[in-house]
Design a protein around this ligand. Structure first.
Ligand code: IPD
Ligand code: CA
Ligand code: CA
Length: 265
């Protein structure tokens, strides 16, 4: 068990580091250099890499015994359930960063013996920072964030990557829900569920860093976060993921699964 006072001390350092990232980001974006990874849609920039490196340096300086599990360079999974482990997606929504210079964020989470204890999603362009401290509270720009009220699917906007759902399932979800929106950054689509703006966000193949922060936000805001069979998700492996308002969770999953639902990427 980690004491809240210890978490608050770690949080203070992380908040200062996030402030520094925000200040330097505009000049980093000016010098942005983009490369492709697995295919032409899979992009990475020097900004993604520099932010992860900078976080590693901050850890080395202040918390040398903390482990790092990150999208760009830190893939060793051997001992991640022991002690303190950070999971980072330095830029979530890299395609949005490259194509729009908008709608991208940083996703960051601290686990202690496999349990989430600190979480952050920083929506850089809108200057919105979501922060969760286990045993203390959830905040949006330092203002406490309350759990969203429960809402049924017919009153909810939902978000999912349409490329990986079959046509019939997509049609059924559109028919029953209030409507569809997709930002295209898993962290920002999920944050819309934190605030009650979206009923649910679905990702059929989430990587651990796409969803690292969402565990603690879901726990502290009374949201559902599971795979499509209502089972817990392992923070080291990720996989099919839904984060949902409790009022539309069952119905969304029922529709998602009833006609063979989704194809794995
Ligand atoms: C991507 C975004 C996007 C999701 C992709 C992710 P990245 O993250 O979260 O919304 O659909 O599957 O890979 O690659 O920009 O960090
Ligand atoms: Ca991501
Ligand atoms: Ca990324």
């Amino acid at each position: 068990m980690v004491e809240v006072e210890q978490l608050k001390m770690i949080d203070k350092q992380v908040m200062q580091w996030l402030d520094r990232v925000r200040r330097t980001l505009p000049s980093m974006i000016e010098d942005m250099d983009t490369q492709t990874k697995a295919n032409r849609f899979d992009l990475v920039t020097n900004v993604d890499k520099a932010i992860e490196q900078s976080f590693e340096q901050m850890l080395t300086m202040h918390f040398p015994n903390h482990q790092l599990y990150g999208e760009e360079a830190h893939h060793n999974t051997e001992k991640l359930r022991e002690g303190f482990t950070w999971v980072i997606d330095p830029i979530d929504g890299t395609a949005n960063l490259v194509k729009q210079q908008d709608d991208f964020c940083l996703i960051l989470a601290l686990f202690h013996n496999g349990q989430p204890v600190l979480s952050y999603i920083d929506d850089f362009s809108r200057q919105k920072r979501f922060q969760a401290i286990k045993g203390q509270g959830v905040y949006l720009n330092d203002v406490p964030l309350s759990p969203p009220s429960e809402r049924p699917l017919k009153e909810s906007l939902i978000s999912f990557n349409n490329k990986v759902l079959n046509d019939e399932t997509m049609h059924d979800l559109l028919e029953v829900s209030f409507g569809y929106r997709l930002i295209g950054a898993c962290g920002l689509d999920s944050a819309k569920v934190f605030t009650g703006q979206f009923g649910a966000h679905i990702h059929t193949n989430a990587k651990p860093w796409d969803i690292g922060a969402q565990f603690l936000f879901a726990e502290m805001l009374g949201l559902k976060m599971t795979n499509f069979h209502q089972e817990p998700i392992d923070f080291i492996h990720g996989g099919p993921f839904i984060i949902s308002n409790a009022g539309c969770y069952d119905e969304t999953l029922k529709i998602l699964l009833q006609k063979g639902g989704y194809q794995k990427l």
